[in-house]
Write a protein that binds this ligand. Structure first.
Ligand code: UDP
Ligand code: MG
Length: 324
């Protein structure tokens, strides 16, 4: 601990039903952290797991005092769990890590050294090789980075996921932001702090199953787009303009047909027009709705997660929850 009582390093790990992988994670993570020679805390954010994750964490903590357990009241999603961990971490540097060992803990010392020697606020873990991911995952990820780079105007580091090191200044800057659904892989570069990177090979999930089904990936992509860009709304404007010019042409056609006394035919063109306009209007309405929904939930101001328990506040009113 430094003179303020805060550890040098916090390692934030969101976990949801990761009981299978937890022992493997600890076996690899602990020697690395013990070997760095700085004070540290491991912030395990249990994102409302329903398996043995919570019980295992409490068991592990008995032999590993640096392990801190934060439990969310219910499953709130990866980014919300990450937010809970980042907001509550004490360290001067905070590393975020997936629980499934896809991000190698062995890279943490390298990240810390790089940040300290070169005075960097952010060190991204960049995947040099994603061959262990499925083809579907890789191509959707590529598409995501391409589109987001384009739309947000932020230089997004390709293949930098949520394995990264942040300085206290960066974490504090993130905490200042009022965002309800932060998408860190865009927000962090947007802050503009000096950054570096270490490369690593993305390994296979060590055990258990992915907690990111397609549905959650689509939700993340939708959050990313709406958080950083009004381009879809502009699409509605362009579609509207296009439809307007199309209608102008149609009106001229109608007048000419009327003048030529040939106004009976035209079932196909009429139906095509009605269908096209109906479709375009619904699409635009949906796009506006996406933003409106987010605006609504931002106005409601409900927190993205609730803390059920934080072992750093053990003296507080709440006892350790009964574990399943
Ligand atoms: N995770 C979480 N809450 C969720 C879903 C996932 O805390 O609702 C955690 C999960 O335990 C893991 C990390 O987020 O530590 C990344 O999830 P996963 O490895 O399943 O995603 P993938 O690598 O397949 O994209
Ligand atoms: Mg994973």
């Amino acid at each position: 601990m430094n003179n303020h009582g805060a550890p040098v390093l916090s390692v934030v790990i969101p976990m949801y039903n990761e009981a299978d992988v937890l022992p493997l994670l600890v076996n690899r993570l602990r020697p690395v952290l013990d070997g760095i020679g700085v004070s540290y805390e491991v912030v395990a954010v249990d994102d409302g797991s329903t398996d043995a994750t919570a019980a295992q964490l409490f068991g592990l903590r008995r032999a590993w005092p640096q392990l801190r357990i934060i439990r969310l009241r219910r499953n709130s999603g990866h980014q919300a769990a990450l937010t809970a961990g980042l907001h509550r971490a004490f360290g001067q540097y905070v590393v975020s890590l997936d629980a499934d060992l896809q991000d190698p803990p062995e890279k943490i010392p390298e990240m810390l050294t790089l940040a300290r020697t070169q005075n960097l606020d952010i060190v991204y873990g960049v995947r040099s090789d994603r061959s262990s991911d499925t083809v579907g995952k890789r191509s959707t990820a590529n598409l995501y980075y391409r589109i987001m780079g384009r739309l947000s105007g932020v230089t997004v580091r390709q293949n930098a996921g949520d394995f990264r090191l942040l300085s206290r200044a960066t974490v504090d800057a993130l905490k200042q932001l009022p965002e309800r659904q932060p998408v860190y892989r865009l927000l962090v570069p947007w802050l503009g702090f000096p950054s570096g990177e270490v490369t690593y090979v993305r390994e296979r999930r060590a055990a258990g199953r992915t907690k990111y089904p397609l549905r959650k990936m689509i939700a993340l992509a939708a959050d990313s787009v709406t958080n950083f860009s009004a381009a879809p709304l502009r699409l509605a404007t362009w579609l509207g303009l296009l439809a307007f010019f199309f209608c102008l042409c149609m009106i001229i056609y109608v007048i000419v047909s009327y003048a030529l006394d040939a106004t009976v035919r035209g079932w196909a063109s009429l139906l095509a027009t009605v269908l096209f306009l109906g479709g375009a209007q619904l699409l635009c309405l949906g796009l506006v709705g996406e933003y409106l929904g987010r605006l609504y939930s931002a106005v409601q101001g409900r927190p993205a997660y609730f803390i059920a328990y934080d072992s750093a506040e053990e003296t507080s009113r709440q006892p350790a929850p009964a574990v399943p």
